[in-house]
Design a protein around this ligand. Structure first.
Ligand code: NAP
Length: 546
């Protein structure tokens, strides 16, 4: 590619080196990018804010944190040896096990020496004269690289609502996404939890078991299904591993990047009510996020959706003993699946405990945090600890947290004022040699992240090798291709019920964030074919130059 590229595995280099790539983050995306680009003989450096690898699984150590994609699928497929040798202990792995896996991968493939830990990238400036990015960090690093790769995660910038008085609280404040490494013992404490998304729904049953008193502040009830998590069945593991390659290939061409999800051929209304009920019951017992894919029209037809929503509502009513509490926990303001469906372990049952109370903050809003606890319009609630399970500035947050600009003054934050614009979620016009892994406009958060990450990393690695092979130094998205892609992403989203919900998928959880459907909902398999086609046509829709 260039005079400074090398086939040697890079060791620590002085900062005058021109790297092939700087990578933001050492989660699953960053780790695989390091590995893949090094395999291609490139010099890379990753910067990671944490003091270890693992990304979301490094930060999210809250009680109950667990993946909602089955372990055999939520893992790398790039190494047959790795996938054969690693043993998952549970159907849905818990945070600590996934973090061990990330560390194992970092050690097994020798990735750590490419990573500078406890270092946050603060800016990146592209110089059109040299075609180089200059990247700076909060630790004073200034490095130059040909390519700048965003692998900082889709759900990595935690969001704390700005309640007045937050700093006055005398007890402990936690956010699920920045949980203390040493863990938290809630024994004997009065605890408040704000938020009932996936994180809250996992943490609440665990905290309730420890705390003296738990009060949950709920704004929007979510649909949640029992995960039916269990120890890994050794016979299942053996037979799954025997056909791993086929399972992975199926995942790669599936809609959600998950081989085990159903591929329905009929709609919910094609079945008679009794049969539909039987189908829902079977889906419920499988305990997967594929539940909303049992019929092909659940996420596009309100009437079909209603049949499934009502099935789950009835489950909630039957589980929660107090009918008033059950009613509060029953979602009625969005179609099932249009906010990320949750998987839980004894979530609804938790509200049958004597030490658990639910506050509906739509009827009784939080006014402020006081030194003693939380004041709502109707009451003062005293706590020793408050847990914010209030989510993230999703998909664009981590990218825009870095001051990405060009030497001639273009800023990504200006370009994306009305919402992100990308071509294939991989690049954004006007910012050459900047790649986004699972960026906005790609299937990303609607899929198994590992499938999407591997796809993007492999596509980018091939692309960089193509540029090197052709002696080209620069690549960027063509504006017309980008406009068409953005329109397509919106058009496809509009054929579904997703944009109707106030979800983080649309940016609705962040005050002032433009309301845009962030991921591409056309299906991972279709998207993969599109990306391969673009590459096969000489990177159609991108401008390549020397
Ligand atoms: P989330 O889904 O955005 O949920 C945040 C919760 O906080 C919502 O209930 C929200 O209510 C509430 N909230 C926010 N601001 C509030 C305010 N000012 N007052 C009262 N309530 C407020 O965030 P999350 O639970 O961290 O999950 C984010 C995503 O991470 C998930 O959807 C999933 O993709 C991923 N995740 C996955 C797993 C897993 O694999 N099992 C676990 C955790 C997270 P509203 O709904 O009304 O906004």
């Amino acid at each position: 590619m260039t005079e400074t590229s090398t086939l040697r595995a890079p060791t620590a280099q002085p900062d005058t080196t021109i790297l092939d790539a700087v990578i933001v983050g050492a989660g699953f995306a960053g780790l695989y990018t390091i590995h893949k680009l090094r395999q291609a003989g490139m010099q890379v450096r990753a910067f990671e804010a944490g003091d270890g690898v693992g990304g979301t699984w490094y930060w999210n150590r809250y009680p109950g944190a667990r993946c909602d994609v089955e372990s055999v699928e939520y893992s790398y497929s790039f190494s047959e040896e790795l996938q054969q040798e690693w043993k998952w202990s549970e159907r849905y792995a818990a945070q600590a096990e996934i973090l061990r896996y990330a560390n194992h991968v970092a050690d097994r493939f020798g990735l750590r020496d490419a990573i500078k830990f406890e270092t946050r990238v603060t800016s990146g400036e592209f110089d059109p004269e040299t075609n180089l990015w200059t990247v700076t960090t909060d630790r004073g690093d200034v490095v130059k690289a040909r390519f700048f790769i965003m692998a900082g995660g889709c759900l990595s910038l935690p969001r704390m609502p700005d309640f007045p008085g937050r700093d006055d609280f005398k007890g402990k404040l936690y956010h699920t996404g920045t949980w203390p490494h040493e863990g938290v013992d809630f024994s004997g404490l009065r605890v408040g939890v704000i938020g009932t998304g996936s994180s809250g729904i996992q943490a609440i049953p665990q905290i309730a078991r420890q705390a003296r008193q738990l009060t949950v502040f709920q704004r929007t009830p979510n649909f949640s299904l029992p995960a039916f998590n269990r120890e890994m069945d050794s016979e299942f593991e053996r037979s799954y591993k025997a056909a791993y390659a086929q399972h992975r290939e199926k995942a790669r061409f599936s809609s959600a990047g998950i081989a085990g999800h159903p591929t329905p051929d009929k709609g919910a209304l094609d079945d008679a009510p009794d049969e539909r009920q039987r189908v829902y019951e079977g889906g419920w017992l499988r305990g997967t996020t594929g539940f909303t894919r049992i019929y092909k029209d659940i996420l596009s037809n309100p009437e079909a959706n209603q049949t499934m929503a009502e099935f789950v509502r009835e489950k909630i009513r039957r589980t929660v003993k107090d009918p008033k509490v059950a009613a509060l926990l029953t979602p009625t303001d969005h179609h099932i699946g249009t906010k990320r469906i949750c998987l839980d372990t004894h979530y609804y049952e938790t509200y049958n405990r004597d030490n658990v109370k639910l506050v509906d903050v739509r009827r009784d809003p939080i006014v402020k945090i006081t030194p003693e606890g939380i004041r709502t319009e109707a009451a003062d609630h005293e706590f020793d600890a408050i847990v914010f399970a209030t989510g993230y500035d999703a998909v664009t947050g981590a990218v825009l947290n870095i001051d990405i600009h060009t030497k001639d003054g273009a800023r990504l934050s200006d370009k994306w004022t009305a919402g992100p614009r990308t071509y294939l979620g991989l690049m954004t016009a006007g910012f050459p040699n900047l790649f986004l892994i699972t960026g906005p406009g790609s299937p990303s958060v609607l899929t198994n992240m590992l499938t999407s990450i591997e796809h993007h990393v492999e596509w980018i690695a091939e692309c960089l090798q193509h540029l090197r092979g052709k002696g080209l130094a620069r690549m960027e998205a063509d504006r017309a291709a980008e406009d068409q892609w953005v329109e397509h992403v919106n058009d496809v989203a509009d054929t579904t019920l997703f944009p109707t919900a106030n979800s983080w998928y649309t940016g609705a959880n962040i005050p002032g964030k433009p309301r845009v459907f962030l991921p591409y909902i056309g299906g991972h398999g279709n998207y993969r074919i599109k990306c391969a086609d673009v590459a096969a046509k000489g990177y159609e829709g991108f401008v390549l130059s020397d």
